[in-house]
Design a protein around this ligand. Structure first.
Ligand code: GUN
Length: 283
């Protein structure tokens, strides 16, 4: 039987810390502000953006939503970002991805002032993570690390396997585990012997985007299993990248879906926005 790491509980702790620090900043006349840009009508993005705004209100931040129509041009979007870069009340800028296909995501990310880049997607922030000299961590890997720390799980010397190599999750996740002296392997769609590699993992992070991809035979007894996936199973039910039912009895710790890594992501966004406000105020 594994211990369940509850993202609901750990994220509530993080949000409470942020709320407390926010009160302290407000007493000094600093009110953290986050601008959230959404382009088009993607229903999942709409839900995420609503949740981000709700979290801002809960911790005491100001949030501004910029909902732009599907047909917004690249120049219009870049112009909005330039305006927000120069707006002192806004400390963090987040442009919800994916963008409609006619827009250039890379150029949009590059346009955000790195000191307001609370997603940590800008190449300057990505580079900072690489050398371990960062202010912002991308929210999902940071949320996974927060869960690991909350359970006092020591990463040092452990075999860590990350399945998935995206810029947003897999690559920074591997780097954060490496910073804590894990021995890290990144697996992906071309990996040979995936099952054998995963079965050696003391800490296994699944960020594949495929329902129930990680089966019990891929998990070492006693492993810590962190599930970043949010998928629908064959019955349309929300599920992770891990076959929870069969993996849970083998693991020592496991994150559920829903209620695992998901809620952590927004809590870490709040933490980044607080950090952005402090950096910009030199507080
Ligand atoms: N779309 C899915 N996850 C994210 C995220 O963390 N940040 C942004 N900007 N867009 C996303």
């Amino acid at each position: 039987m594994a211990k369940l790491i509850s993202g609901k509980e750990v994220s509530a702790k993080v949000r409470a810390q942020v709320r407390e620090e926010c009160e302290g900043l407000k007493a000094k006349g600093i009110c953290p502000g986050l601008a959230v840009i959404i382009v088009g009508n993607d229903p999942a993005s709409r839900v995420y953006v609503n949740n981000k705004k709700k979290a801002c209100a809960e911790v005491g931040f100001v949030s501004e939503e910029y909902a732009l129509p599907e047909e917004t041009t690249q120049e219009e979007l870049l112009e909005l970002i330039r305006t927000l870069n120069n707006k002192p009340e806004i400390n963090g800028i987040l442009c919800q991805l994916p963008l409609p296909a006619h827009l250039d995501e890379k150029e949009v990310i590059n346009a955000i002032d790195p000191i307001k880049d609370v997603d940590a997607f800008h190449p300057s922030n990505v580079g900072r993570i690489m050398i371990g000299d960062y202010h912002f961590l991308p929210c999902t890997p940071a949320g996974v690390m927060e869960m690991i720390h909350n359970e006092n799980i020591d990463v040092s010397g452990k075999n860590c396997v990350v399945i998935g190599r995206s810029n947003i999750v897999g690559k920074p996740m591997a780097m954060l585990l490496l910073h804590e002296n894990g021995t890290v392997t990144i697996c992906h769609s071309r990996t040979k012997n995936l099952k054998e590699i995963c079965a050696c993992a003391d800490i296994l992070v699944a960020a594949v985007g495929r329902p129930k991809f990680v089966t019990a035979d891929m998990v070492k007894p006693g492993a810590v299993v962190l599930d970043v996936g949010i998928n629908r199973d064959e019955n349309g039910k929300l599920c992770g990248d891990v076959d929870f039912e069969n993996v849970e009895p083998k693991a020592s710790y496991i994150t559920p879906v829903p209620g695992g890594v998901g809620p952590m992501t927004i809590a870490m966004l709040m933490k980044n926005t607080l950090m952005a406000a402090k950096l910009q105020a030199n507080a």
